[in-house]
Design a protein around this ligand. Structure first.
Ligand code: C2E
Ligand code: MG
Ligand code: MG
Ligand code: MG
Length: 287
C-alpha cells in the first residue's frame, strides 16, 4: 500500500520520518568510523555475592563516546550496529577488551560479556572467543556469556551446538533479562545454561505481590534445574533484603554500584567489601 496516496496524516509525518531516516544513516556512518577511531569503551558493573559479601565479577557494558553527541547508551546504537552489519566487529572488540581487562582482576573474578543473537550467526564466533582468551591469557572459566531469550525465537541446532561448545570450553552461559522475551520455557531444558538473571522489571516492583511471586518462582525454577540465579537492577536496600529473604545471593544493581570505567574497579571492590563486612544487619558468610 502506497502511504503517500492515502490519508493526510502520512503526509504530515513524512518530513519527520525523513529526518529520522537521515539521522539514522548518519549514525550508521558514525558507527563505522567509531570502531576505527576507538570511541568505544567498556564500563563494568559488579556482581555482588551476599553470602560471602564480596564482588564475584563484573558485567561489561558497552559505551560509545561520540565526538559531538557525547555518551550514547547501548540501547541507542546496538540495534543500529546490528542492522548495519557491524555487530560482529563490535562484538569481537568487546570480547578482546573485556578479556584483556579481566585478566588482571583479583580472586579469579569473572567478566560477563553480552552477545547479540546475530553474533551466533557469525562463522568465526568460537574462533573469536578462543582468540580473545588466548591473547589475553584469561582462563575460560572466568569468561561468562550473556544471551537473551530472543536467541531462541528461531530455534536452531547451530545455536545449541555453539552453546555446547561454550560449555565444553568451560565458559559460563547466563540467560539475561529472564522472563521478558520469548514466552516458551522449553529452551531452558534443551539448552545448557549455567545461570538465570532475573530481569530488573520484576525487581523494580517487588512490593507488588505478583512480582514477588514471579521472583520466587524463578528462584525455585533455577534450583530445580540446577542453575545459578542472579537478580539485576537492585536499586534499594529493601529490594536487596527481599531478595535475600527469598534465598537469592547473587545480586547486581545501582544499589551496589553503577557501571564504571575500568580505572574505578579497584575502588569499587574495596568499597563494597568494606561496606558489607561492616554491615552487621546482614548475616555473615554462610558455610
Ligand atoms: P543488560 O545486559 O540487561 O544490562 C543491564 C542494564 O541495566 C545496563 O544498561 C545497566 O547499566 C542497567 N542497570 C544496572 N543496574 C541497574 C539498576 O539498578 N537500575 C537501572 N534502572 N538500571 C540498571 P546499559 O549499560 O545501558 O545496557 C543496556 C543493554 O544494552 C544491556 O542490557 C545489553 O542488552 C545491551 N548491551 C550492553 N553492552 C553490550 C555489549 O557489549 N554487547 C551487546 N550485544 N549488548 C550490550
Ligand atoms: Mg547483560
Ligand atoms: Mg539484563
Ligand atoms: Mg537488557
Amino acid at each position: 500500500k502506497d502511504d503517500r496516496s492515502g490519508s493526510g496524516s502520512a503526509r504530515v509525518f513524512e518530513p519527520e520520518l525523513r529526518a529520522k531516516l537521515k539521522q539514522r544513516r548518519e549514525m550508521e556512518l558514525d558507527l563505522k568510523a567509531a570502531l576505527d577511531a576507538e570511541q568505544f569503551e567498556l564500563y563494568y558493573q559488579p556482581f555482588v555475592n551476599m553470602a560471602d559479601k564480596r564482588v564475584s565479577g563484573f558485567e561489561a557494558l558497552l559505551r560509545w563516546q561520540h565526538p559531538e553527541k557525547g555518551m550514547i547508551p547501548p540501547n541507542d546504537f546496538i540495534p543500529l550496529a546490528e542492522e548495519a552489519g557491524l555487530i560482529e566487529r563490535l562484538g569481537v572488540w568487546c570480547l578482546e577488551a573485556a578479556c584483556t581487562e579481566a585478566v588482571s582482576w583479583p580472586d579469579q573474578m569473572v567478566v560477563s560479556v553480552n552477545l547479540s543473537p546475530l553474533q551466533f550467526k557469525s562463522p568465526t564466533l568460537l574462533d573469536d572467543i578462543d582468540g580473545a582468551l588466548r591473547r589475553s591469557g584469561l582462563a575460560a572459566n572466568r569468561l561468562q556469556i550473556e544471551v537473551t531469550e530472543s536467541l531462541f525465537i528461531d530455534e536452531s541446532d547451530s545455536v545449541l551446538q555453539i552453546l555446547n561448545q561454550f560449555r565444553s570450553r568451560g565458559l559460563t552461559v547466563s540467560m539475561d533479562d529472564f522472563g521478558t522475551g520469548y514466552s516458551s520455557l522449553g529452551y531452558l531444558s534443551r539448552f545448557p545454561f549455567d545461570k538465570i538473571k532475573i530481569d530488573q522489571s520484576f525487581i523494580r516492583n517487588m512490593a507488588r505481590q505478583e512480582n514477588i511471586a514471579i521472583v520466587r518462582a524463578v528462584i525455585g525454577l533455577s534450583k530445580a534445574l540446577d542453575m545459578q540465579v542472579i537478580a539485576e537492577g537492585i536499586e534499594t536496600r529493601e529490594q536487596m533484603e527481599a531478595l535475600f529473604a527469598e534465598g537469592c545471593r547473587d545480586m547486581q544493581g545501582y544499589f551496589f554500584s553503577r557501571p564504571q570505567p575500568k580505572s574505578e574497579l579497584a575502588q569499587i571492590i574495596a568499597e563494597i567489601t568494606r561496606r558489607w563486612s561492616d554491615d552487621l544487619e546482614m548475616p555473615g558468610p554462610e558455610t
